[in-house]
Design a protein around this ligand. Structure first.
Ligand code: SF4
Ligand code: F3S
Length: 400
């Protein structure tokens, strides 16, 4: 898909008519054509579960709103979330993110160091008091007074508390900042915790993943820009637009799961044919994320773990990623019918589009989308098994 957003709906002329943005403006600012830019905005709107009518609003917010100041802290982590954001193949993603926000403090990206950057952070905090976004990447060690991670002479906890005090909103990016991630793996020698636990706050938006999907971060920031607030979340602080459905529900291999076709070993015939990876330990059935809809890595379609042939390890799910053995079978509880790709008995090409699935994944369409898909699937299943039985009968009689 253009600009790496699977599920992006194509904008129509009417959607963009209100936007006073010329081709030259867009090309100069983002290095892409106006159509590519609007397609990108459509993808972000679809990711957020917004209707086509919101595309112009999103584009308008990206282009014209004052860029919010962002203070980005790093603690116990590998910097993978920042890397995945910057290593996106298409230059537009990081260009857009860095254009949408005013990145006033980022320990990895700043050319300056030491007292200079600390002074820049304090100046940005004072200038934008109560209005800046705090983005936290990495877990916060709490054991032994938090001495296992210090920045500029402060522990991670002290620094985060100081910056959080006057932030308009806090985003925890990646599994480490969301719930501890890899650093909190047993036996968790430094007492690592996610930001919400460390600060004792419940109003923090978390975007777990290892790394987190940069498009989910971008969509969250665009939501803040467009509507002046962070998107609605579940009880773990995860935006509903991205984490309300199991990966298994939208997986491109789901039809094979339903048909009982599994890869049993890496490289076997089932694996080469793209069968379901459940028996190789795929945690898609117990992991809530939109990886299967909003691919990432920008290496073309199917650029996500399962798309490349590796089982999901549940990197975004607390209690699954880095906890459950990689090849242990996933729990199959509370399963719902496939939401994106056609079921095994549905004719190819008649399933929901990825964009439609992204929309039904949104809070508004969730219940309706699920029940419509369920009804359609059950009806199709019944039709298919009736016709399969009819076809089998003569063959069976001949054998007898
Ligand atoms: Fe996809 Fe994994 Fe579910 Fe199989 S078990 S359909 S590979 S999410
Ligand atoms: Fe992680 Fe599984 Fe998505 S391994 S990136 S949650 S497919």
């Amino acid at each position: 898909m253009p600009l790496g957003v699977a599920g992006g709906d194509q904008p129509r002329e009417g959607d963009v008519a209100s936007l006073d943005l010329t081709h030259a403006d867009v090309e100069r600012r983002y290095g892409v054509s106006r159509r590519e830019f609007m397609t990108f905005c459509a993808g972000i709107a679809a990711t957020l579960g917004l209707p086509n009518s919101a595309i112009a609003q999103v584009a308008d917010a990206i282009v014209s709103k004052q860029r919010p100041s962002v203070i980005w802290l790093h603690h116990q982590e590998c910097t993978g979330c920042t890397e995945s954001l910057l290593r996106a193949e298409h230059p537009t993603l990081e260009t857009l993110i860095l254009d949408i926000v005013s990145l006033d403090y980022h320990e990895t990206l700043f050319a300056a160091a030491g007292h200079q950057v600390e002074a820049a952070r304090k100046a940005a905090m004072a200038k934008n008091k109560g209005k800046y976004l705090l983005v936290v990447e990495g877990a916060i060690p709490l054991k032994d007074g938090g001495i296992y991670c210090k920045i500029g002479g402060q522990t991670s906890l002290e620094l985060t508390r100081e910056v959080a005090a006057d932030a308009a909103a806090i985003i925890a990016i990646g599994s480490c900042a969301s719930w501890g991630g890899m650093p909190a793996t047993d036996p968790n020698p430094t007492g690592s915790a996610g930001v919400a636990e460390a600060l004792g706050r419940k109003d923090i938006v978390t975007i777990p993943g290892c790394p987190s999907n940069p498009y989910n971060f971008l969509a969250t920031v665009v939501h803040f820009l467009t509507f002046g607030k962070l998107p609605p979340t579940d009880s773990l602080g995860r935006p509903l637009f991205a984490y309300s459905r199991l990966i298994h529900e939208n997986c491109e291999r789901r039809a094979h799961f339903d048909a009982g076709r599994f890869a049993l070993e890496f490289g076997d015939e089932g694996h080469r044919k793209g069968y379901c990876l459940y028996k190789l330990g795929c945690k898609g059935p117990m992991t809530y994320a939109n990886c299967s809809i909003v691919h990432f890595g920008d290496v073309g379609m199917q650029s996500w773990p399962i798309g490349t042939g590796h089982p999901c390890i549940g990197c975004s799910e607390q209690g699954v990623g880095f906890s459950k053995p990689i090849h242990a079978l996933a729990d199959l509880v509370g399963q719902r019918p496939p939401a994106t790709y056609p079921g095994v008995v549905e004719a190819q090409g008649h399933g929901a589009t990825t964009a439609a699935a992204a929309l039904v994944s949104g809070a508004v369409g969730l219940a309706i989308g699920a029940s419509v898909k369920l009804t359609r699937l059950l009806a199709a299943n019944e039709r298919a098994s009736a016709s399969a039985k009819a076809e089998d009968r003569p063959a069976q009689s001949a054998k007898e």
